[in-house]
Design a protein around this ligand. Structure first.
Ligand code: ADP
Ligand code: ADP
Length: 223
């Protein structure tokens, strides 16, 4: 069932650049949707509009939500942006802490997520002690800890070496197949979009628009 619809969304920046033009897109609950397209076609802008970080110039966003529910999003950037002086545990706790959840009340959820991203045993490490892949895993756990309605990922693995990227793709797919949270994943990698998603929205540049929507029959089989 639909979670969010973008209707005729357009974005023109104050410098006159039109990043998006007349974009229609529906994100369904449980979708792993990839936004695929060349650099500059407006993928990040679309993601920032969904996150509420940028206002669209034209068009509307319709969240289908139960009354009283927040339309919260989790965001994973290419740079993990962890608090450098805080432990892995405290980094993942942070979004709950900002909602007033104590460290001990947060502990079960934080531990469970750290286990899911294969970081059990690293609770007390600080970011500089971790590899790039491990920092990304912390970032994913932090984004999921509040159980957001949608997890937004902006080329999250683009800066990682190929082997780490491959492992993270596998583990993200496994996590999604087990938990079925909703993901919008920005990538310019055809491999990633086909491997990870059940729907691919292909975007074209000049100006940013939806070129084609591809329904991937079944999620990629796990071996
Ligand atoms: P993508 O993520 O697909 O690479 P972006 O959404 O980052 O594309 O950018 C789409 C277009 O909008 C590009 O031409 C980019 O230069 C432009 N753009 C992005 N952000 C801004 C901004 N804050 N001000 C002006 N132009 C921007
Ligand atoms: P991945 O993200 O797929 O685990 P990484 O390149 O991040 O790949 O790390 C590979 C493995 O090396 C990790 O799973 C971890 O067990 C180990 N490792 C990396 N950096 C450290 C570190 N600073 N301290 C302890 N173990 C580490």
């Amino acid at each position: 069932k639909p979670l969010l619809s973008l209707r005729a969304v357009g974005k023109t920046f104050s410098n006159g650049v039109t990043a998006l033009s007349n974009v229609d897109m529906t994100i369904r609950e449980g979708d792993f949707l990839s936004l695929l397209g060349p650099s500059g076609c407006g993928k990040s802008t679309a993601l920032r509009i969904i996150a509420g970080l940028t206002a669209p110039t034209t068009g509307t966003l319709d969240w289908s939500r139960k009354p009283g529910e927040e339309s919260s999003v989790g965001f994973v950037f290419q740079e993990p942006t962890l608090l450098p002086w805080a432990s892995v545990f405290d980094n993942v706790w942070l979004p709950l802490r900002l909602k007033g959840v104590s460290r001990s009340d947060a502990a079960p959820a934080v531990s469970q997520l750290l286990e899911r991203v294969h970081l059990s045993g690293f609770e007390n490490a600080v970011p500089r002690e971790l590899s790039g892949g491990m920092k990304m895993r912390v970032s994913i756990a932090r984004a999921l800890v509040t159980k957001p309605r949608v997890l937004l990922m902006d080329e999250p693995f683009a800066a990682l070496d190929e082997i780490t990227r491959f492992k993270l793709n596998n583990d993200l797919l496994e996590l999604w197949q087990d938990e079925r949270f909703t993901v919008v994943f920005v990538t310019h990698s055809v491999f990633e979009s086909v491997f990870l998603s059940n729907r691919i929205v292909v975007m074209a540049a000049r100006p940013g628009r939806v070129f084609q929507e591809v329904e991937v029959d079944a999620p990629y089989p796990r071996d």
